[in-house]
Design a protein around this ligand. Structure first.
Ligand code: PLP
Length: 438
């Protein structure tokens, strides 16, 4: 028997392969060497022949120099926190790529002098919400609330209903954020009910503002009552509304979901929201409202610590002025069209999976990003649950939802242009691991 170790091709010989030389230019030395080492080990273990080592290394290279992997979101959850919330529009991706180079983010090219940072994005946001006297953008929704608390309420108190003391995810709790920056919290009402008089009794000369928080990831039903922004605006203190999801105007499919324009018109002095939920943009915190208040926020020393970078500014502007981003497009998708796509994909996959694949009705959701309890009619391709793991480990990874022993691949969250990739991924997963060796 020949010693297989003697047959393992040497690293420098494998690295000389044209494809790997090019990959080193694109991905760097380390990732390519890692792939070569893994392929050599497979050869040593006898699962790949020496002449296939370079090919295996090429096949196992990441598509970019990041450990993050591309995932096809087939969960039916539009804004999926664990999948990075809103996928960016192509326009936003291109804008961010442009901004990655030297760019005039703080330079006025007409005069050669320093310019207003992020002017394009801020002007686009102001134009999208004409009811806002001033706008500002920070790192995320939590940063927007932090800046409002620091600039307007440090050392003073904020009135908040007990039913709106929410936790957003990964341990982020609105009340704890407020107290952590030196705000005294005045809780009013009970878990299920609060009245305007409760707020009125709690407001005193120490009150910086009344905070209205949208419970964006749960719903309480039954004997409940809350006070809306219009009524809170009758109190003699400013009203800050954390609407969460980032809807700028009312959405016909989500009548219960608060939006910035309506909150401002109802009398909110300041609105805070996320950029990467229903707006469908990059991670960002939007602040919209009274011009003088927003000016105070922008001048606060902490504003610098919470500011966004040029990639975010570029992507946000493109989200606001460009074509409809993926999240609003998924929300608007017609259920009949989704069903037709599901049938066509199930048909195509029938050759590989036979009776193991079917088009089924499904129910999608907005997700932690907003509109709790709203069910969106959808359609899915159902495949055997045993494919869940190979699909998750594939390239691109596919994440669906296991229900009743089947894996549902919900098409509401898969852009139509990814249909072919989804089919390919299911085919590969159903075929089992790629056969190695000659
Ligand atoms: C999502 C959300 C936040 C937090 O926003 P991030 O962008 O995740 O920091 C705060 N408040 C509400 C109501 C939310 O829905």
């Amino acid at each position: 028997m020949p010693d297989p170790r003697r047959a393992v091709p040497r690293t420098d010989r494998v690295l000389a392969d044209d494809r790997l030389v090019r990959a080193r230019g694109r991905l760097g030395d380390r990732l390519v060497r890692d792939a070569v080492r893994t392929a050599q080990e497979a050869c040593r273990a006898g699962t790949v022949s020496p002449e296939d080592v370079a090919g295996l290394a090429v096949a196992s290279l990441p598509s970019a120099a990041t450990s993050l992997r591309t995932v096809l979101n087939a969960t039916g959850v539009l804004v999926h926190t664990n999948l990075g919330r809103a996928p960016l529009s192509r326009a936003a991706v291109e804008a961010a790529a442009l901004a990655a180079g030297p760019t005039d983010v703080e330079l006025d090219l007409a005069t050669g002098r320093r310019g207003r940072r992020g002017a394009g994005a801020l002007d686009a946001l102001a134009a999208a919400v004409p009811d806002a006297g001033g706008v500002h953008v920070v790192n995320n929704g939590a940063a927007a609330l932090t800046l409002a608390a620091l600039a307007l309420a440090a050392g003073r108190s904020v009135v908040l209903a007990r039913g709106e003391m929410v936790e957003i995810g990964d341990g982020f709790r609105v009340p704890e954020l407020l107290t952590s920056v030196g705000v005294e919290l005045r809780e009013v009402g009970t878990t299920n009910r609060v009245r305007l008089e409760d707020y009125a009794d709690a407001v005193d000369e120490d009150t910086a503002f009344v905070l209205k928080v949208h419970p964006s990831n749960f719903r309480v039903s039954g004997f409940v009552s809350s006070v809306d922004v219009a009524d809170l605006a009758t109190l003699p203190v400013p009203v800050v509304a954390d609407i969460g999801s980032g809807l700028l105007a009312p959405h016909p499919l989500l009548p219960e979901e608060p939006d910035a324009a309506t909150a401002l018109r109802a009398g909110a002095d300041l609105v805070t929201a996320s950029g990467d939920k229903l707006l469908g943009g990059p991670q960002a915190g939007l602040l919209l409202g009274d011009g003088a208040l927003v000016h105070r926020l922008r001048r606060h020393p902490a504003a610098r610590a919470l500011r966004v970078d040029k990639l975010t500014l570029a992507a946000l502007e493109a989200t606001l002025v460009g074509p409809t981003p993926p999240v609003p497009a998924m929300l608007a998708a017609d259920a009949t069209d989704l069903r037709r796509r599901a049938e066509s994909l199930a048909d195509t996959l029938g050759t590989d999976l036979g009776d193991d694949v079917a088009a089924v009705d499904s129910t999608a959701a907005v997700g932690g990003g907003g509109a709790p309890g709203v069910e969106l009619a959808s359609a899915a391709v159902a495949v055997p649950a045993r494919l869940a793991e190979p699909l998750r480990r594939g390239e691109p990874a596919v994440v669906g939802r296991v229900t009743d022993g089947r894996l549902l691949l919900d098409l509401r969250t898969v852009p139509p242009r990814d249909d072919a990739r989804l089919v390919e991924a299911v085919r590969r997963a159903a075929a089992g691991p790629p056969s190695t060796g000659s």
